[in-house]
Design a protein around this ligand. Structure first.
Ligand SMILES: [Zn+2]
Ligand SMILES: [Zn+2]
Length: 393
């Protein structure tokens, strides 16, 4: 089959690879109809995620049809149209049973890297390096889905492929960012990053009772989408001082909740000494993650407020304002998404019109265009929010 493979930093190639096969009786094989790019893929492409190997298939947000199923798969059938949550759970361990499937004890068959780096090992992720299980990704004609009854969800009638595909990753990640922040009616929520996850975090914050959502980015098309499609007020960090603007908009208190939908490659308009220092240290490998957004959130958040982090971090950061966080009594919530817990609820929101993620799909292209499409996505050219591949075309 055809697949989009990682071959090194900034080196993606469309290759012929063997078709996936059932490995475990709980697996299904999905014929991929749509497969979306995600901002977290850029960390792979930019070489910030270790344990990638040449030939690895990337992609983790997808929709398709089940074409084969293992003998132990009970709830799904051949011909079902499904989305699959990008983070893989086993469905049986304590974490999966308590709605924390991204912390699954069993779905990562290569636990040693995470144990060494993090102390414990979390779940496997499709197309996201050998440290996260070495699972083949979805930018391919077919994909193997393990523990299928737990990870794949039949798409309800009446919801289009273009809306449903994002219930794999962007929608639950944004929703979880808002959910774990414990938003209360009347809250002011600030969201850093207006990519797919940020857009969904804005909508979700409103669904959970926020009175105002303020979205922060520097790309005009993303800010426009945040305003027009998601209903946020917007701030362009290349034009205004974010701390000053947020204080002015909240009577000097600061937002109740600050959401990070950016992660480890955070950009900053400033040439402040700590931002230059981050870039230099990351470039020579002494620091893996740039914490410009985290610092800004800690400074801007109201006293006693909550920081909710779903942008992906991989390793170490430096010059972290722990004193401010502690003395302001901030709460930190964070994690990879637990989409299995939210999928049905999100389909319900989509079906009754509260949520329409289809505008995230600004480009729909064949898999052959993969390398150029990622370049466009990375450069945020042509107002690209997300490219979705149609591998069967
Ligand atoms: Zn993702
Ligand atoms: Zn589990």
């Amino acid at each position: 089959m055809k697949a989009l493979c990682w071959n090194g930093t900034n080196d993606l190639r469309v290759e012929r690879v063997p078709d996936p096969v059932l490995v475990n009786p709980h697996d299904v094989i999905v014929k991929v109809a749509l497969s979306s790019v995600c901002g977290s893929d850029l960390h792979l492409i930019d070489g910030y995620v270790p344990t990638m190997r040449p030939g690895d298939i990337i992609g983790h947000e997808f929709l398709g049809e089940i074409v084969e199923k293992g003998p132990e798969v009970r709830y799904l059938n051949r011909g079902d149209r499904v989305i699959t949550v990008s983070i893989i759970g086993c469905g049986h361990c304590g974490h999966c049973r308590h709605g924390e499937s991204s912390l699954c004890d069993n779905s990562n068959p290569n636990p040693d890297y995470a144990r060494t780096a993090y102390g414990h090992c979390g779940a496997g992720i499709f197309g996201y390096s050998h440290a996260f299980g070495g699972y083949a990704g979805s930018h391919a004609e077919y994909i193997r889905v393990p523990y299928a009854d737990f990870n794949a969800f039949r798409v309800p009638e009446g919801i289009s492929d273009e809306k449903a595909v994002f219930v794999s990753d962007a929608v639950p990640t944004g929703y979880m960012a808002a959910d774990m922040a414990g938003i209360r009616p009347g809250d002011v929520v600030a969201v850093w990053g207006c990519g797919g996850v940020g857009q969904m975090a804005i909508r979700s914050a409103y669904l959970l009772g926020a009175e105002r959502v303020i979205a922060i980015d520097r790309f005009p098309d993303r800010l426009r989408a945040a305003q027009m499609k998601a209903g946020a007020e917007t701030l362009d960090y290349s034009r205004v001082d974010i701390f000053d603007a947020l204080q002015a908009m909240t009577g000097g208190r600061g937002p109740d909740v600050c959401i990070d939908a950016v992660g480890m490659e955070a950009d900053s308009a400033s040439n402040a000494v700590e931002d230059l220092y981050d870039r230099a240290k990351q470039a020579v490998g002494l620091q893996t993650d740039r914490p410009a957004v985290l610092r800004q959130m800690i400074e801007s958040c109201r006293k006693g407020g909550t920081l909710s982090i779903v942008g992906v971090y991989g390793g170490l950061i430096d010059r972290f304002p722990m004193g401010a966080a502690m003395n302001k009594g901030l709460t930190f919530r964070m994690g990879q998404q637990n989409g299995q817990r939210y999928a049905e609820r999100l389909f319900e929101h989509i079906r009754n019109g509260d949520l329409d993620p289809s505008y995230l799909m600004t480009h729909r292209l064949p898999l052959d265009d993969g390398p150029q499409a990622y370049r466009m996505f990375k450069e945020k050219a042509d107002d690209c929010l997300r490219v979705v591949f149609a591998p069967q075309s």
